[in-house]
Design a protein around this ligand. Structure first.
Ligand SMILES: Cc1ncc(C[n+]2csc(CCOP(=O)(O)OP(=O)(O)O)c2C)c(N)n1
Ligand code: SF4
Length: 243
């Protein structure tokens, strides 16, 4: 087990990708040898207890405000490595303004964005990232663009901002995808270590519980539906220019 994970058992549902992503982040922190200077800003949502699962210092920010809290922490202690861990409800809904302005200012922080297309913790309500036609507790007939707008592609949107140094979208549905996801997470942390500016990795993730699917069905649904609307890949990489 990575040193950067605590001994506390995950409280995530079976088949939820939050746990896989936690492990990848912890492995990256270990490999980079930054455990003692890393600070996490945990969110509101199922991963609210992330600060207990990671063996690093940190705090919890009110709903959506993690980038603002991380900005303060990083500016006050620039030698620390500061990352936020946020769901789509947290980052793309109530926290939209925070993430947009942190990215635009080029804050030297890292964000891990877990996009599972619903509000997981509170019972599977529609999120800004819910797909058109997707049924949720607040869109029982499926998300309708006229009533609810379109799903927001956050990585694409944020990559248009000049302060964004590195943004990539990944998923963790297969061993190959897990390897690519870890590489992206590592690059995001390295971007911050080198002082190159704002970095974000969006991970397409499952919520089997609120999607009403088994873990295997959920992974398949993610690959066949979410990955089509939210293509994987690097959306911006200005790290070479900044170096
Ligand atoms: C100001 C405020 N409004 C509403 C809530 C209720 N709330 C808790 S978690 C959550 C949604 C979390 O969804 P997401 O960020 O997608 O994370 P997930 O649970 O899917 O991992 C909401 C609305 C809150 N805690 N604070
Ligand atoms: S409700 Fe969804 S997001 Fe939350 S732990 Fe369970 S599967 Fe994961």
């Amino acid at each position: 087990m990575p040193d950067s994970l605590s001994k506390k058992e995950f409280t995530y549902c079976p088949g939820c990708h939050h746990g896989i992503v936690h492990r990848l982040i912890a492995e990256v922190i270990d490999e980079l040898g930054i455990r003692e200077k890393t600070l996490i800003v945990a969110p509101v949502g199922c991963s609210v207890f992330a600060y207990e699962f990671f063996n690093v210092d940190g705090t919890v920010a009110p709903h959506g405000r993690a980038p603002a809290v991380a900005t303060g922490m990083k500016r006050a202690t620039p030698d620390k490595i500061v990352f936020t861990y946020q769901g789509d409800g947290d980052l793309a809904s109530i926290g939209t303004a925070e993430i947009v302005h942190a990215a635009n200012r080029g804050e030297n922080i890292t964000t891990i964005f877990i996009n599972n297309a619903v509000y997981g913790m509170t019972g599977g309500q529609m999120a800004p990232t819910t797909l058109l036609g997707q049924k949720t507790t607040t869109t029982p007939y499926g998300r309708d663009a006229k009533a609810n707008g379109y799903p927001i592609r956050m990585s694409e949107m944020l990559s248009t901002l000049a302060g964004a140094a590195y943004i990539e979208r990944v998923m963790v549905t297969t061993p190959q995808n897990v390897i690519k996801a870890k590489r992206a997470i590592k690059k995001a942390f390295e971007t911050q270590i080198k002082g190159l500016g704002f970095s974000l990795v969006e991970v397409l993730s499952t919520c089997p519980t609120n999607w009403g699917k088994s873990p295997v069905e959920a992974g398949k649904w993610l690959e066949e539906n979410m990955a089509k609307y939210y293509p994987l890949g690097v959306y911006v990489d200005r790290t070479k220019e900044a170096e």
